[in-house]
Design a protein around this ligand. Structure first.
Ligand SMILES: Cc1cc2nc3c(=O)[nH]c(=O)nc-3n(C[C@H](O)[C@H](O)[C@H](O)COP(=O)(O)OP(=O)(O)OC[C@H]3O[C@@H](n4cnc5c(N)ncnc54)[C@H](O)[C@@H]3O)c2cc1C
Length: 532
């Protein structure tokens, strides 16, 4: 098969035609429209000094929207000796550690915490929170720092609690197909650990994130169309509340009617309601057979229609990803592949050998009806892994489109029947834009990403990305979708949460007020707290 040959012969690929936006021909921005320039910029852009270098650390506690007010340096000075008394060298005010915990993988400006605490147990997290709560000092949980909307950036300074040393797998039950892990365990670590049990944990945000971070962002990824998101795959949590109290939500039972569903309350709460220290997860049986396939399309509509028809036909597809032609070109360059530089569907089938073959044939027939060509599939593990690695490297590949630039990655999710409409709409808008904006997405559940590749030092580029992002999100909401399918709100989508939920955000505020009345947990994220 052709791409198998390609994958084995990566050194022999011939140079491809340049992608539409090449570093040699950087985009020429037009004058920014008056309505989007200067003080008319939406708050999230206007509040930044766009001419500042990205590595200029913001130290002010009042620059960002929704930041807790009234804290002062003295409060932090008071907690440091108390924390040091039991953390010792695992509490640091060193510049390197603070810088490392000042930014995530997004384009949002870094902000330094006052100190970083490396916790090793639930008890230590509880003591840290009890002390910070008493003094009103902000606390931000830190997993792997791979979030895309500025979630772990400590906007108000204070203490960042790094959970990476809480990395023990506490138990695995092959019989019950579940496991309990500390919050700092990473997803690849767990899958490596359980590889001989015949089980696996399917949720795979492209990055090797921690389970605490994945719970806090309600992460999903390429497998969600078949296995669900973190919402469906967590049975229970251990959580430390803002004042240091420890609670356990859920049990190991597969279902329960016992009271409010606190597990789901904390999943997606972005570290604003409590710090998760342990997670009990559902595991899944490894499929007997797996195969991956690719298929190219001249028109985006053909690719999207194939996705919709595949889902509607009830094919139990494990992964179905769309990469537009710009993204395929970028992936080719970064991963030294030779994929046809057209819109592409990248698929994976799980099941018995017969069912995998049947699924592949069904999708191939649907693709052919929609103008798909070059349908190729393989069941060789090595080939599948290399292809999916290339998919997971898409974010790095985007940066090659304009070396030296940053990715602003956004995501929305719509009902599957509306997928063609929104992709066609936003693609038409981006084709008129000067910013490269490749599309890649977990389209099987209506979720896709758009990556604006920009120079954050240029206000006109930030303004253009902001404009396109707004068009994308408002269209998604108009079509009955959500402003984010998996990345979350962080500090980047506050206003869109209000647009999506209206008065529902007041209910979220009431919950926040009940659990964190002093607003010390990750202040400035998800929504503005009144009075802040
Ligand atoms: C290349 C790339 C691809 C990605 N692809 C996907 C994707 O396909 N799907 C997807 O869903 N995401 C994706 N992401 C985003 C990111 O990986 C996820 O949001 C991930 O869940 C973040 O986990 P983390 O451990 O890095 O958390 P962090 O970034 O450290 O933190 C994220 C948020 O969770 C909070 N938090 C962290 N740990 C805890 C804890 N123990 N208790 C309470 N709150 C906590 C933080 O305060 C912060 O608000 C991608 C990111 C990258 C860089």
């Amino acid at each position: 098969m052709r791409w198998r040959r390609i994958l084995h012969n990566i050194h022999y690929t011939t140079p491809k035609e340049r992608p539409r936006w090449s570093p040699d021909t950087p985009p020429v921005p037009p004058e920014p429209p008056a309505a989007l320039s200067g003080g008319n910029l939406p708050a999230s852009t206007a509040s930044r000094d766009a001419s500042a270098d990205k590595m200029t650390f913001i130290r002010s506690k009042r620059r960002q929207p929704g930041v807790v007010m009234g804290k002062n340096e003295r409060s932090v000075d008071l907690v440091l000796p108390e924390l040091e008394a039991f953390l010792g060298a695992r509490l640091t005010t060193g510049k390197a550690a603070r810088e490392q915990h000042s930014r995530d993988e997004s384009w949002h400006y870094p902000v330094l915490p006052d100190a970083v605490a490396f916790a090793r147990s639930t008890d230590e997290v509880a003591r840290i929170l009890a002390i910070c709560h008493r003094h009103g000092v902000p606390v931000t949980a830190w997993g792997a720092g791979t979030a895309y909307e500025g979630h772990p950036i400590p906007l108000a300074g204070g203490i960042t609690v790094d959970l990476s040393e809480m990395n023990r797998i506490l138990r695995v039950s092959a019989e019950d197909m579940d496991a309990t892990v500390q919050a700092g365990v990473r997803r690849k670590q767990l899958n490596q650990y359980i590889r001989d049990t015949g089980l696996f944990f399917p949720i795979d945000p492209g990055a090797d994130a921690t389970f605490g971070g994945m719970c806090a962002t309600r992460a999903s990824g390429t497998n969600a169309v078949r296995y669900g998101t973190m919402r469906e795959n967590v049975l229970g949590l251990t959580v430390v509340l803002a004042d240091g109290r420890v609670i356990r939500t859920g049990t190991r039972a597969r279902k329960s009617s016992a009271g409010y569903d606190l597990t789901r309350l904390f999943i997606g709460s972005e570290g604003t309601l409590g710090i998760i220290t342990e997670v009990t997860l559902r595991l899944h049986g490894r499929p007997e057979a797996q195969a991956a396939a690719i298929c190219s399309f001249g028109a985006l509509a053909g690719a999207v229609d194939t996705v919709i028809q595949t889902i509607q036909a009830g094919v139990p597809i494990a992964r179905i990803e769309l990469l537009d032609d710009v993204m395929v070109a970028a992936v080719n360059r970064y991963s030294k592949l030779d994929l046809p530089e057209k819109h592409m569907l990248l698929l994976e089938f799980h099941g018995s050998p017969a069912s995998v073959a049947e699924q592949a044939q069904t999708v191939q027939a649907l693709a052919a009806e929609n103008g798909g060509s070059d349908f190729q599939w393989t069941d060789r593990e090595e080939d599948r892994n290399r292809l999916w690695q290339a998919r997971h490297d898409a974010a790095h590949a985007c940066k090659l489109i304009r070396p030296g630039c940053e990715n602003w990655a956004t995501d929305v999710c719509v009902p599957i029947s509306k997928l063609a409409e929104i992709i066609t709409y936003i693609r038409a808008e981006t084709e008129r834009s000067f910013l490269p904006a490749p599309i890649v997405g977990h389209v099987g559940d209506g979720n896709f990403h758009m990556v604006f590749v920009l120079d954050p030092k240029k206000p006109e580029e930030l303004a253009e990305a902001e404009r396109l992002n707004r068009l994308l999100v408002t269209k998604a909401l108009e079509l009955g979708g959500t402003c984010t399918g998996e990345h979350g709100i962080g500090c980047g989508k506050l206003e869109f949460l209000e647009l999506e939920h209206g008065p529902g955000v007041d209910v979220m505020r009431a919950i926040k007020q009940a659990l964190d009345p002093r607003n010390i947990l990750n202040p400035g994220k998800v929504f503005k707290v009144s009075g802040a």
